[in-house]
Design a protein around this ligand. Structure first.
Ligand code: IDP
Ligand code: MG
Length: 138
């Protein structure tokens, strides 16, 4: 069974969309196995986005992601990583396909409502930053 980390980003939290987004994933048959609300500190945000540390948008991205508490979740299912990326849509909401979360709710390329892991390997690394083993259920 594959797992993926999903973060409900501040723009979605501020508009009360956490439940709707989690509900969409559950409605697609993905299994919710961990859930919490967390106000990330800068150090954790910088580790989570370390792959982007040399990008021009890095500091803005970190400032944004720590601007409000957010909902963090782990979903499990066969092919969960790719299925969830498809449900979320392209990074830029303007380019995301109709019916995707980012098309429906994203505001712009930074404030795109959700994070979802991009590979099973990265998912396991990301999940271990946010959840201990006994916070994940089966
Ligand atoms: P992803 O979230 O679809 O995997 P990444 O390329 O990994 O997209 O970028 C991580 C996050 O950084 C995006 O979700 C978005 O919030 C932000 N981001 C990506 N590209 C840009 C950009 O060109 N300008 C501003 N923010 C960006
Ligand atoms: Mg990414």
């Amino acid at each position: 069974m594959e797992r993926s980390l999903v973060l409900i980003k501040p723009d979605a939290m501020e508009r009360g969309l956490a439940g709707v987004i989690i509900g969409r994933l559950q409605g697609e048959g993905l299994n919710l196995v961990a859930l919490r609300m967390l106000h990330m500190d800068r150090a954790l945000a910088e580790r989570h986005y370390a792959v982007h540390k040399d990008k021009p948008f890095f500091k803005d991205l970190v400032d944004y992601i720590i601007s409000t508490p957010k909902v963090d979740a782990v979903f499990e299912g066969r092919g969960a990583v790719e299925r969830i990326r498809t449900i979320m849509g392209a990074t830029d909401p303007a380019r995301a396909a109709a019916g995707t979360v980012r098309k429906d709710f994203g505001l712009d390329v930074q404030r795109n409502s959700t994070h979802a892991s991009d590979s099973p390997e990265n998912a396991e690394k990301e999940i271990s930053l946010f959840f201990t083993k006994n916070e994940i259920f089966d």
